[in-house]
Design a protein. Structure first.
Length: 394
């Protein structure tokens, strides 16, 4: 077998949807709790499995046993005996934390310092960076990158709260770093009153106010995370509404948060997350400020390009991964699978069949996946439906 059915692990984070992944896979919704992320890859936190002669085999173990054969000699030379990316189906039923990820150099240095000094906070799980992209499968809302600081200043000014004057002054001076620092360092004992005042002020504005969308966002976030200054930090960011098929890109240092929807996420194989609010988990303000990029993100969308009939490519400026989407229709012949190196194939709609020069064809239904090692040879996709392909840039 040169293409393997791939079984991923579903993580039940509290913010996950109780229905979205189940609906994608065509099964009853679980009764025991939410389903937040379906992990597809070889990350040691939850490696996927493939069929073996005596039962399921860890994809991480399979790669470790033959790095050159599974990854290809070039990928193994660049990344070692590991799959350099992690693919996920992400289902946000409630807002996730405000977060950012370090670049590769800083992650390696910070992880080394942490390992050498047990007294340091455990902010890093590995020495890798975690740039990531997401393609929406349903309408998807997210916060992604800083909006122009003068616009954020206008929004906060309309709340008419004198205590926010230092933050507004920093924004008017286009000092995003100081504005974020002030908000995330707000005295803990005063945070509840501040956010209550923000909600009251936001609720007092009419629905047709020019900043009504920002005010609704603040009210909604405060309902999920009362007393969290991340409610105000969120108003400094771009609020993005993705239609199915649209994508966003989160490079190192980009402050972002997913709010609601179902999407396909692809990232470097790391679990390094620095949180800045909208979470009950630990927030390290000082460390977050070291990795954030305090610059305006003019266009949060990641624009794809059609590289062949029915094949869309999203290229990102990292060497760890690239993403393709294949739209298969009855009138189109089988499509040669794009990408190189080890590939993960995820079904998103319809019924797709992966054919190969040798071996047994694999069927991929929505919400199921397959793994093709570097040595799988020429692969084609046939049927009617939608297929996502994760690969390593040549």
């Amino acid at each position: 077998m040169t293409v393997y059915p791939l079984t991923g692990v579903i993580r039940p984070y509290a913010w996950g949807s109780r229905t979205a992944i189940a609906e994608l896979q065509g099964r009853p919704a679980p009764t025991e709790g939410p389903e937040a992320e379906l992990w597809l890859g070889a990350h040691p936190g939850d490696p996927s499995t493939v069929p073996g002669p005596d039962g399921p085999v860890s994809l991480a173990g399979l790669i470790d046993s033959d790095p050159d054969g599974q990854l290809g000699a070039d990928v193994a030379a660049r990344f070692g005996a590991r799959l350099p990316y992690l693919m996920k189906v992400l289902a946000a039923g409630a807002p996730l934390s405000l977060q950012a990820h370090p670049d590769l150099k800083y992650a390696a240095e910070a992880f080394a310092r942490q390992e050498a000094d047990p007294s340091l906070p455990k902010n890093y799980t590995d020495a890798n960076h975690k740039p990531e992209m997401l393609v929406a499968l349903t309408p998807f809302d997210a916060l992604c990158g800083f909006r122009p600081p003068l616009v954020a200043a206008q929004v906060l000014t309309e709340l008419s709260l004198p205590q926010l004057t230092p933050v507004i002054d920093a924004l008017r001076a286009e000092d995003l770093s100081e504005a974020v620092r002030l908000l995330l360092s707000w005295p803990a004992g005063d945070r509840g009153a501040l956010i209550d005042a923000v909600v009251a002020a936001a609720s007092a504005h009419p629905a047709d106010h020019q900043h009504a969308e920002s005010f609704r966002l603040a009210i909604d976030l405060a309902a999920h995370y009362p007393g969290d200054p991340g409610v105000l930090v969120a108003l400094l960011l771009n609020l993005v509404h993705l239609a199915p098929g649209e994508a966003i890109w989160m490079p190192a240092g980009n402050l972002h948060a997913y709010l609601h929807g179902l999407g396909v996420e692809l990232m470097a194989a790391s679990d390094n997350v620095l949180r800045g609010g909208l979470t009950p988990k630990r927030v390290d303000v000082g460390e977050l400020l070291k990795v954030l990029r305090f610059e305006t993100l003019e266009d949060p969308l990641l624009h794809g390009a059609e590289v062949a009939p029915g094949v869309t490519s999203w290229r990102v400026p990292v060497r760890d991964f690239e993403m393709y989407r294949i739209e298969l229709v009855e009138s189109r012949p089988p499509v040669k699978l794009p990408g190189s190196g080890p590939r993960i194939l995820l079904g998103a709609a319809g019924d797709v069949h992966i054919g190969e020069e040798h071996g047994i064809p694999v069927s991929i239904a929505p919400g199921t996946a397959a793994y093709a090692p570097a040595g799988a040879g020429v692969l084609t996709a046939a049927g009617v439906g939608t297929l996502f392909v994760a690969a390593v840039p040549a």
